[in-house]
Design a protein around this ligand. Structure first.
Ligand SMILES: *Cc1c(COP(=O)(O)O)cnc(C)c1O
Length: 340
């Protein structure tokens, strides 16, 4: 496996920091919790899509694309980061947004990621929940091609074997950082959605035989579907890298018990996790992904699934821009006020 063989733009701020979460660890009284700061990757504030887009947008540039198209939920971080890459490369960007929550307030619909999509000069188009978004995107791409434009289409979340290469690289980066400081990682956890992050990590960890258990906390699909999606993409990613066969089905583990009513709908434990990280560590999570991942992490610590003395790394996948679309859920009493 040799990642340098694949076209890549070097725009991410790497390596991202690996830091101890001392106060959160103390509060939970269980394992030593560390955080891998992939919320700090750069490109319109950063997040996990930056690593994927380094590889995806290099392909777009190589084919001479003049417009890039992608799709996601209204508050898609992937859309915002794709728009930022397109600006940097002088390409147009068109984003198809699906209403997966039904929220009608103006902050959800126009603030946060949507505001930044437009600031980066992208055009957006909205569709109701359940719409055939990949089909819609193909239609839009065909129309643009018929008009003489060179279109590069990126699937939702940037999750295909090209995008997943970014997280193969992250696995190598993380293990090297841990080796350099003598940190034995007993568990690696993160929020999983369209699956490219986890698929890339699985492949990277297997390729170097790191033997670090990886767990994705789901944000949308039920467990069998989530694990199957990650596994299928991991298999294809390994093939692309020339190491077919290294991923086994049991390497892919997702726990989807923290999703709640659906994608983009925060639960009380999502909000609690956001508050704990913000008030104890000065770190911003988000209500769609990292807040649900952190809710899983916190619950696993409380239930003793992660034991005292073990070292757990939480990969922070970003998303804090969406906080500004969810003020209605977040303007509630602080932890300290609630305790009074
Ligand atoms: C997209 C996203 C995820 C999920 O990553 P996938 O590769 O889609 O599974 C997690 N956190 C944030 C903040 C995201 O934007």
């Amino acid at each position: 496996m040799h990642l340098a063989r694949f076209p890549r733009l070097f725009l991410a701020h790497l390596p991202t920091p690996l830091e101890p979460l001392t106060r959160l660890s103390k509060e939970l009284g269980g394992p030593e919790i560390w955080i891998k700061r992939d919320d700090c990757t750069g490109m319109s504030t950063g997040g996990n899509k930056t690593r994927k887009l380094e590889f995806l947008m290099a392909e777009a540039e190589a084919m001479g694309a003049d417009i890039v198209m992608t799709q996601g939920a209204t508050q898609s971080n992937h859309g915002r980061q794709t728009a930022a890459f397109a600006s940097k490369l002088g390409m147009k960007c068109h984003i198809l947004l699906e209403d997966r929550t039904g929220y009608k307030d103006s902050n959800y619909n126009d603030n946060g990621n949507v505001l930044l999509d437009h600031l980066h000069g992208a055009t957006t188009e909205k569709f109701p929940g359940g719409h055939d978004m990949p089909g819609e995107m193909e239609r839009a791409a065909e129309e643009a091609r018929a008009g003489g434009q060179k279109v590069y289409v990126i699937p939702g979340g940037g999750s295909n074997p090209t995008g997943a290469l970014g997280y193969v690289n992250c696995a190598l980066e993380l293990v090297q950082q841990a080796n350099e400081r003598g940190l034995v990682i007993d568990h690696l956890v993160h929020a999983t959605g369209s699956s490219g992050t986890q698929a890339g990590l699985v492949v990277g960890l297997k390729a170097i035989n790191a033997n670090i258990p990886l767990l994705g906390f789901g944000t949308r699909a039920p467990q069998p579907k989530q694990e199957q999606m990650v596994y299928d993409l991991a298999v294809k990613t390994a093939e692309k890298l020339g190491c077919a066969g290294i991923v086994q089905r049991e390497d892919v583990r997702a726990d989807t018990s923290y999703v709640g009513e659906g994608y983009g709908l925060p639960r009380p434990d999502t909000i609690e996790a956001i508050r704990m990280f913000a008030e104890l560590e000065g770190i911003l999570l988000d209500p769609v992904y990292s807040g649900k991942g952190a809710a899983g992490l916190i619950d696993y610590c409380r239930k003793g699934h992660f034991k005292k003395g073990e070292r757990v790394v939480f990969l922070h996948t970003g998303g804090s821009v969406a906080l500004f679309g969810y003020d209605a859920h977040l303007n509630q009493p602080t932890m300290a006020e609630a305790a009074e």
